[in-house]
Write a new protein. Structure first.
Length: 266
């Protein structure tokens, strides 16, 4: 196939997405530039091994590597097991351990569309602080972090530094959707974009020289300041594990730390 869903198109699109020339891809993959050119033009047909070699060089996510294989007439290689699958027990156990060990501070496990797959008790307490019906208001079949921030019924009224943090979050999601080929996130962004003002959608400007920019929440006299550290699986061979990441929220000041410690004790 040489159309939009064909292998030549997929190879060329991902090479351009990574901002690589055919020569750059040749040098990083060990495949001759001439052969890369023939594959992109459809003059040569790839082997299964060649597809995996090129997709590895381009850091193509596992879900999309399956698409490459299918487009070239091969069966998909990488499974997408649910987290509850017995073969995922070690992955699930590691995620649960990380979430539990981060108590009394919030932590969540997200997929690439920012759907919350798992959360610790502290994150659930934070959600309750922001409104018992919060997730019902922002809608969607799953709890989604983008919808939490950017839905008209979301937490924007409580984000004290919205003008600084919102453009960074929005463009981070856009960059991830582009880098990961995330159609799911693109659909979320398309759904939420009409509800955003121009400054949110604008490219973020330079912010104050701080080590990390926290999200500052203020509600009912509470002041909560949190920043995020992200962890991923380094050698994932399953689509679900490949797309999963842990976001651990840390207090940006001692008052926030004390608030979460007290909430956990209470």
């Amino acid at each position: 196939m040489e159309g939009a869903g064909g292998f030549p198109h997929l190879l060329r699109t991902w090479r351009q997405r990574r901002r690589l020339s055919q020569l750059d891809l040749s040098l990083s993959s060990g495949v001759s530039q001439r052969h890369v050119s023939f594959l992109e033009s459809g003059r040569a047909q790839p082997s299964r091994g060649m597809i995996l070699q090129l997709s590895e060089a381009l850091a193509v996510p596992l879900r999309e590597r399956n698409d490459w294989l299918t487009a070239a007439g091969f069966a998909p290689v990488f499974k997408a097991r649910p987290l509850e699958d017995p073969q995922m027990s070690q992955v699930l156990g590691a995620v649960r351990m990380m979430l539990a060990n981060h108590e009394p501070f919030p932590a969540i496990a997200l997929d690439r569309a920012w759907n919350i797959r798992l959360a610790n008790a502290s994150f659930d307490r934070l959600s309750a602080m922001l409104g018992a019906d919060l997730w019902v208001r922002v809608g969607g079949p799953q709890r989604n972090l983008m919808r939490l921030f950017f839905h008209p019924e979301g937490i924007r009224p409580f984000v004290a530094n919205w003008a600084a943090i919102a453009p960074l979050l929005w463009h981070r999601a856009r960059r991830e959707a582009e880098a990961l080929g995330g159609e799911e996130m693109r659909r979320v962004l398309e759904d939420l974009a009409p509800h955003q003002d121009a400054p949110t959608l604008r490219t973020p400007e330079e912010v104050a020289l701080v080590p990390v920019l926290p999200v500052v929440l203020e509600k009912d006299g509470l002041h909560i300041s949190l920043f995020t550290v992200i962890a991923t699986f380094g050698t994932a061979q399953d689509v679900t594990a490949d797309e999963l990441r842990i976001e651990s929220l840390f207090p940006a000041d001692e008052a926030t730390a004390a608030l979460f410690r007290t909430a956990a004790e209470g």
